[in-house]
Structure formats: C-alpha cells, structure tokens
Design a protein around this ligand. Structure first.
Ligand code: UTP
Ligand code: MN
Length: 500
C-alpha cells in the first residue's frame, strides 16, 4: 500500500515519533508552534481555530515572536501579508513556515502537523533583500543551504542555469574551488522568492563574488552571458557532456576518449582498443531510455512494483521513496528508494531477496549489487563523508507502460510499450534509517551544507550513517530526520524545501 503524493511513509511511524515533555499542558507537538494571523481571518474565527488546535494538542502562540515555527494566514494578498509580518521585526521570520489555511485544516483532520507541501506555501515574495530606501531591518540570507527553504519553483533559472554551466566547466578543468563557488552561488539564487531585478539585489548575497555578479550583470543587460555561450559551443565541453551522459561514464573516462580524438558515440563504438565495462555497455544499450527524464507517474509505478515485491517477501519491510522525487520534483534522472526492516541484521538479506524476486519477474535489465561494508565500530573515522557503506544496488529496470497512470512519458512511438529506468536501492540497518533518509533525500548542495554547518558551526560530523559530537565525543542517536535537525540546533526543513 502506498501513502502520500508519490510517497511511502515509514510504517508504524507513531512508534518512532518522540513526544518530548512539554511545558504546555496537553501539548503533543513541542517542536511546532503556531501563530494564526488575525488579518482577514477575524478575531472570532481566530479564537475558534486556536481553541480547536489546542484541543488537539497543538501549541498556539498568541503573539508573533522568535519561538513561532509555523505562521498560518487566510490572507491571500501575499505582498501585504509579508509587509505586515516584516513590520513585527521578528529576526527569525525567514526561517518560519508561512502557510495558508489548507495546511492548518489538513493538520487538524489528521490530528498532527502534516508535512508541508508546495500547495500549502503562501506564494509571493518575502522582501529579504536589503532595501536602502527604508530603515526596516532586513533579514539576511544564510550562507548555509540547510538554513534556507528552497522549493522547486526557481525564480532565477536564467542565472542558475548559467552558473551551473560555469561550475561544470571549472569541474572539467579540475578547478574545484571555482566550481564549488558557482554551485553555491546558484544554490543561494534558487532559494530567493523572486527574480533578481538589479545588481543591487545580488551584491549583498552570500557567495556572490565578482565573477558571478559580472555574469548576472551581462544577463540582466542582454539576456545571456558571452562566457557561457562560448563554453556551450566549446568542442571539449560539448563532447565531455555527451560522453558523461552515458551511465557508467565519469569525467576520467570521457576525457580519455576525447584525448583519443573521439567526438561521438559512433566514434567510440567504432574505435579499436576501447574497452567498455558492463555498466557502460548497458549505458549505451539503454541510452535512449535512461537519458530521458523519469516522470512522477513513472516513479510512482516503480514504487508500487517494488512495494509489492518487498511485501511479498516480508510484511514488516519498510520502503521509502527518497532522492529528488521525495523533494517534490516532477522529473528525475533515476528513482531512489530505501528498503529496510526492523529486524536488525536482516536488511541486507532483504535487499538480495528483492533483487532475486525482481529478476524472477523479468524486470531486471541490469544489476550492480554492492554488499555492505558498513562497520559501526569504526565510526567516526577520517572518512566521515558522502559515500556510504550500506548494501545497495544500481539497477536498470524494465517498466511496463500498463503500470503507469496516464501511460509512459513521451516516446511511446516505437510501440514497445515499456521503457528502461534507472533505479537505486539502498538498505541501511533500521538504526541508521534516519541518517540514510536525510542523506539520500538530497539535494547534493543541501547535504554538503548540512555537513559543512555541522562541522563549522557545531563541531560535529554528519554523514549517511551517523552524527558525531566532537566536543562530547559521542555519537548522537536519531530515529527521525527531525531528531537530526534538533541535534544540530537547526529548524526542521521539509523535503520539498531542500531543493537547494
Ligand atoms: P541522485 O543523484 O539520485 O540525485 O542522488 P537526485 O537529487 O535524486 O536528483 P535526480 O533527479 O535523480 O537527478 C540523491 C541523493 O542521494 C545521495 C546523493 O548525495 C543525493 O543527495 N547519494 C546517492 C548518496 O548519499 N550515496 C550514494 O551512493 C548515492
Ligand atoms: Mn535520484
């Protein structure tokens, strides 16, 4: 059975949720503090909704202060709402969820705070860029993506696309520092609620240095950047991009082929002395399918198939959709799942059984299984990093059009009625589930900044397995993502707001 939008929520969640001791009598959800905006709502309705929420164990604050986490408003005039909220001079405003009443009614129906989805967010812009014409104190944009809320609605795509090209180009030239600088700048712009209109908007933002400001200036003036155009038409850049679009081909291999003078796929396949490994062979074999984006409906269909498979093996298995689709993206390059079981030590066996069953059903076109190399007793070590050591597999699965609501996405013209899709399954022990979920949900920039924040601001080490407090010299346990954010002293950021 599936739950959520494209999602699977962890079963028996209630058992895992911590209910901390509260100062508020009857409060069930200590980490959520509501504030209901009276404007448009009216005082009697506000009093009624306050009563209702409190009777269900929610904390409702009477005044808007730093402790508030969720602001609920019935005012659909976004700009006037923001101005009104800003007028309160609450420093933590950029970190608060500003939600419309549908989030509140959904939460009341379910008797608990529901996860924030894009449809709950009040649209419009929070005027957080410095405004020299007024003396209102303006909130600063954090240098850490894990302190920003970034949905899939990117108002600055024209700039972030350009920055991504520059970042990639620097990466291809092994200039990691410059590459990271552009990725960080792109990530900051993605979090802004509105499009940058003038250089002044951009200058005070973190990570926007001389070079990125110059690119923005050019784009503001003529709609494109000469430097980016040049890169895009550069032969080496184009060829490396093409080669790296093949599953199993990284920068090193692409560069090696380019140095041999190869420029196209047919060059590679015709060249003598080129050895393709099994991954690359399959990358070429299924290139048409797996270079095409996977839709939400296709991800959902795969989720159903794997869910049935997993639960035919054991009834207490947990399957969770993660990666970009958990962040609410409409398309992805693959579909990522976590599969585990509460029975400690059985998770790896479960993964191999799932692979066997998928094979049996004729669904596996390619399978690269990596056994677990995870050893809790060796944590923490200097290798606290992004590569995790859990059992996992990189798959190419066959997805039948008949399983997909609304049919396969595009290119059904060849009449095959199926497509190949890249799927990743990772299988951590239950104790590491929350860390794995946080790590695999991404985005990559969000993960990088979580780790950087942990190290720089908290003297802690975070990876997909654990969180280590270097001051206390101890590992900090977590059963939910909320626990990890709390250990780090960070406000919880919903998956749909991690598209940094
Ligand atoms: P993806 O590369 O699948 O990215 O990794 P995505 O965000 O889902 O985007 P698309 O739509 O597929 O392109 C998902 C997350 O899983 C982590 C990555 O760091 C990323 O944040 N990951 C992936 C790991 O932690 N370990 C791995 O072995 C693979
Ligand atoms: Mn993915």
């Amino acid at each position: 059975m599936l739950h959520g939008a494209v999602g699977f929520h962890i079963r028996r969640r209630s058992k895992m949720e911590k209910v901390p001791v509260s100062m508020h009598k009857d409060a069930k959800f200590e980490s959520v503090r509501l504030y209901l905006v009276e404007r448009k709502m009216g005082s009697s309705r506000r009093a009624f909704l306050t009563q209702l929420a409190r009777s269900k164990g929610f904390i409702v604050e009477d005044i808007l202060s730093d402790v508030v986490t969720h602001i609920v408003s019935e005012d659909c005039q976004a700009s006037s709402l923001w101005t009104w909220l800003e007028g309160h001079g609450v420093k933590t405003l950029p970190m608060m969820q500003v939600l419309d009443i549908t989030w509140f009614t959904d939460s009341m129906k379910q008797g608990k705070p529901v996860a924030v989805e894009p449809r709950h967010l009040i649209q419009g812009s929070l005027p957080m860029l410095p405004d020299a014409t007024t003396s209102t104190p303006v909130a600063k944009v954090s240098q850490y993506a894990c302190q920003r809320r970034t949905t899939t609605a990117n108002s600055n795509k024209i700039f972030t696309d350009a920055f991504e090209v520059l970042a990639e180009s620097y990466e291809f030239n092994e200039m990691e520092g410059q590459s990271l600088a552009f990725r960080r700048a792109a990530s900051v712009l993605r979090s802004l609620p509105s499009k940058i209109q003038s250089l002044r908007d951009a200058e005070s933002l973190p990570f926007l240095g001389k070079h990125s400001i110059a690119v923005i200036e050019e784009i503001l003036q003529c709609g494109f950047s000469m430097e980016v155009q040049k890169i895009l038409s550069n032969e080496r850049f184009k060829t490396l991009k093409l080669f790296m679009s093949v599953f199993g081909v990284g920068l090193k291999t692409a560069e090696k082929w380019y140095r041999k003078g190869l420029l196209s796929f047919s060059d590679i396949l015709a060249a003598p002395g080129i050895h393709l490994n099994r991954m690359q062979q399959n990358g070429f074999l299924h290139y048409g399918d797996i270079s095409r984006a996977v839709s939400k409906a296709e991800a959902q269909a795969l989720g159903n198939i794997i869910d049935e498979t997993v639960h035919a093996i054991t009834s207490d298995a947990l399957l969770t959709l993660t990666g970009g689709f958990r962040r609410g993206k409409d398309f992805g390059h693959d579909v990522d799942f976590i599969v585990t079981t509460p029975e400690m030590g059985k998770e790896e066996h479960l993964l191999t059984a799932v692979i066997e069953s998928l094979k049996h059903q004729g669904l596996i076109l390619y399978c690269d299984y990596r056994a677990s190399t995870f050893d809790m007793s060796r944590l923490p070590n200097h290798k606290f990093d992004a590569m995790d050591h859990f059992a996992k597999c990189f798959l190419i699965l066959r997805l039948d059009g008949s399983r997909v609501e609304g049919g396969l996405c595009g290119a059904e013209g060849d009449g095959r009625g199926w497509r190949a899709v890249r799927v990743d399954l990772v299988s951590p022990p239950m104790k590491q589930y929350a860390f794995t979920l946080l790590g695999w949900t991404g985005s990559k920039q969000f993960e990088r900044d979580l780790r950087r924040f942990a190290q720089k601001e908290r003297h802690m080490l975070l990876d997909n397995h654990a969180l280590y407090d270097k001051t206390k010299r101890e590992l900090l346990a977590a059963t939910t993502e909320q626990d990890i954010f709390a250990h780090l002293g960070l406000q919880y950021i919903e998956p749909c707001q991690r598209n940094a």
